[in-house]
Design a protein around this ligand. Structure first.
Ligand SMILES: [Zn+2]
Length: 303
């Protein structure tokens, strides 16, 4: 069972997305499995700020476009609000219990207080990766190994940097509990109740579901972006493909070329500069220009 632990207090879809891209896939699926093209079924609660938000649906609809996903097809199902998810619920409760017990043993001579989320992560990772009872004792059922993933706060991008999205067309969000990537960006397949167990659904033929009368039929819904260009730009700049292309283009620059670039700086979004032959030091007097002061300093140029 996998646990993402972070000191980031915002439990939003940006954190979930980060966990998939930077923890679950590189640390587990890519390293230890050969599950190319598999179907990944996620069960989560229906927290509106986290996994039942428009930005999250957009991520589901784009899932097939990410180069790290091993060709997996993503199916995301939600339980009703205020209901347990599955046995990961009790496992997370168990971890909190372990941490509480550990801290209660604290004395001045033998301090056991855990001061930060990172310390909690390290304590669990070093001492509780293997469950107390063996899998044999548990008769092959339950959790055998706990894999902890650390997510530093700063690495998780702010939610506001993800493109803003209107809710799904057709007002289906509240009553739907099944969302599937249909290999079409800005579209997502939706169903009222997630049947994953009938003869057809267990073979992933959701459209021929035997319980369709009860669970509802699959419909496709559009994901409509809000027309806020700045947020598009923020995401475009952060996308791996754009960064890779930028690095490749940067290698072609030669001394004397004029380079137009887009900056992270919101107040100064674009600059034009002249490429130099290498790091140079300003040799003249200190002064000022419209961008601010200039003086002799050493600078680092990124390659
Ligand atoms: Zn079914």
């Amino acid at each position: 069972m996998h646990f993402g632990i972070t000191s980031n207090p915002h439990h939003d879809t940006a954190g979930i997305q980060h966990f998939f891209e930077h923890n679950l896939y590189p640390d587990f699926f890519q390293k230890y499995t050969n599950s190319k093209g598999a179907r990944l079924t996620i069960r989560s609660d229906g927290c509106a700020g986290q996994m039942k938000s428009a930005r999250h649906f957009r991520w589901i609809s784009n899932f097939h476009t990410y180069d790290w996903n091993m060709g997996h097809i993503l199916v995301w199902t939600h339980t009703e609000s205020a209901h347990g998810k599955d046995r990961c619920d009790s496992e997370c409760g168990r971890l909190k219990y372990i941490l509480r017990c550990h801290e209660m043993r604290h004395t001045h001579e033998e301090p056991t207080m855990l001061q930060s989320a990172l310390e909690q992560f390290e304590f669990l990772d070093n001492n509780h990766a293997i469950t107390r009872r063996t899998l044999r004792e548990k008769k092959g059922k339950g959790t055998y190994y706990r894999m902890f993933h650390w997510m530093p706060t700063k690495n998780i991008r702010p939610l506001s940097s993800l493109a803003e999205v209107h809710t799904l067309s057709g007002s289906v969000t509240m009553k739907s509990h099944f969302f599937r990537n249909c290999k079409h960006s800005l579209k997502v397949s939706v169903r009222e109740i997630a049947c994953l167990s009938c003869n057809q659904c267990s073979k992933h033929k959701y459209r021929q579901c035997e319980n369709a009368g009860f669970c509802g039929y699959m419909v496709e819904r559009d994901i409509k972006l809000k027309s806020n260009a700045r947020e598009h730009a923020a995401e475009t700049r952060n996308s791996e493909r754009v960064q890779q292309e930028g690095r490749e283009r940067a290698r072609l620059v030669e001394p004397g070329m004029l380079v137009g670039s887009e900056c992270n700086n919101e107040t100064e979004p674009y600059i034009i500069s002249i490429a130099l032959s290498g790091p140079l030091v300003w040799a003249g007097e200190d002064g000022t220009c419209w961008m601010g002061g200039y003086r002799k300093v050493s600078i680092n140029l990124c390659s």
